[in-house]
Design a protein around this ligand. Structure first.
Ligand code: KG4
Ligand code: ZN
Length: 324
């Protein structure tokens, strides 16, 4: 079964053809990032205007690369929420029109759940992964889930304020490093290992909630106090910030696995590309015999293959329930 996935929740416009929920036949991602960079963050109005132009390019391109024709598509899957309302509308309206014209079913997919599903792309999905705990760390979300199967996600906790990626982006802005901040801080932190600077990240003990706004403010105050001193080092600050934030992500996601007595931890979202998280989480989890899965880096960031992949399982579920 071939599904056309469409993702337009933020600044990426993506289309992908996925077979049977896991074989990625094509994946095309265009982004309006450059149009936003001078503002230091995403401007929703610009994003939705660019979505309208780019969607007309990425869908035909994804079809062409996969070798499939529109008539060969069995179903259209689209990100329904969460995201920027204007951007989401473009994808949903385009997908609805296509589904109507082709007389093929339309599946609406949750963007956050799809980030966790990205772990099953390009490897045959197996039920042995479940039950699992899922950690989604992106620019807009930081959430822990109990994942019963491919389509059943229950939220355990989320951030009370900034998302993890948002904290990376805001700290990069404070340090005048550019946008998006995550990859830049990740790179600088590799050269900044030290034990002189420490920023504490709120732990909110005994809860699966997160809070990252305090650590961002701590970095701002540190910069204001030290930037004129010769010892001031952006690399060291980047390391100390990332070290503390990653420690909280590691601690909470393992605590959630222990509480729910599961042995599989799925990670998703842009911050899942972070090298410190990818290194430390599997090491800490192995002590409890927990296996950690990260999507390959291209599937960590916003993409449409994850939408088509999860869309496959949702389509199977709805056809089963109709038959039942
Ligand atoms: O999932 P995503 O593409 O978009 C949202 O749904 O938000 O995530 C984008 C976020 C940005 O905040 C970006 O700074 C962060 O992911 N990010 C990273 C890294 N690569 C991207 N954060 C930390 N380390 C990275 N290597
Ligand atoms: Zn995302």
């Amino acid at each position: 079964m071939k599904i056309l996935g469409i993702e337009t929740s933020c600044d990426e416009t993506a289309a992908s053809i996925v077979k049977d929920g896991w074989q990625v036949l094509s994946q095309v991602v265009a982004t309006s990032l450059k149009d936003h960079q001078k503002y230091g963050g995403i401007i929703p109005e610009i994003a939705s205007r660019r979505q309208m132009e780019l969607i007309q390019v990425v869908v035909p391109e994804a079809l062409k690369k996969s070798g499939a024709s529109l008539a060969g598509i069995d179903c259209v899957a689209v990100t329904q929420s969460p995201g920027l309302i204007g951007s989401l509308l473009v994808g949903v309206a385009y997908a609805r029109a296509l589904s109507f014209a082709l007389a093929k079913p339309l599946i609406e997919v949750d963007h956050i759940e799809a980030h966790l599903y990205a772990n099953f792309l390009d490897r045959k999905p197996a039920a042995r992964f479940f039950p699992a705990v899922g950690l989604v760390v992106s620019g807009g979300h930081t959430s822990l889930y109990y994942v019963k199967n491919f389509t059943d996600y229950k939220i355990l906790g989320q951030t009370r304020d900034d998302a993890a990626g948002e904290a990376f982006d805001k700290v990069a802005r404070i340090l005048e490093l550019g946008y998006p901040g995550g990859p830049i801080i990740d790179r600088l932190a590799r050269r900044g290992k030290n034990s002189e600077i420490r920023f504490s990240c709120a732990e909110l003990a005994d809860s699966f909630e997160f809070s990252f706004s305090g650590i961002k403010t701590a970095v701002l105050h540190y910069k204001q106090r030290h930037e004129k001193l010769p010892t001031f080092s952006v690399q060291k600050i980047a390391y100390a910030f990332q070290d503390s934030l990653v420690a909280v992500l590691v601690k909470k996601s393992i605590a959630a696995c222990l509480k729910k007595k599961v042995k599989t931890l799925l990670i998703g979202g842009g911050v899942a590309a972070n090298s410190a998280l990818r290194e430390r989480l599997p090491r800490a989890a192995a002590r409890h015999d927990i296996k950690v899965f990260f999507p390959p880096p291209p599937f960590c960031l916003d993409n449409a293959a994850m939408i088509a992949g999860l869309g496959y399982h949702l389509s199977q579920k709805s056809s089963r329930s109709k038959l039942g």
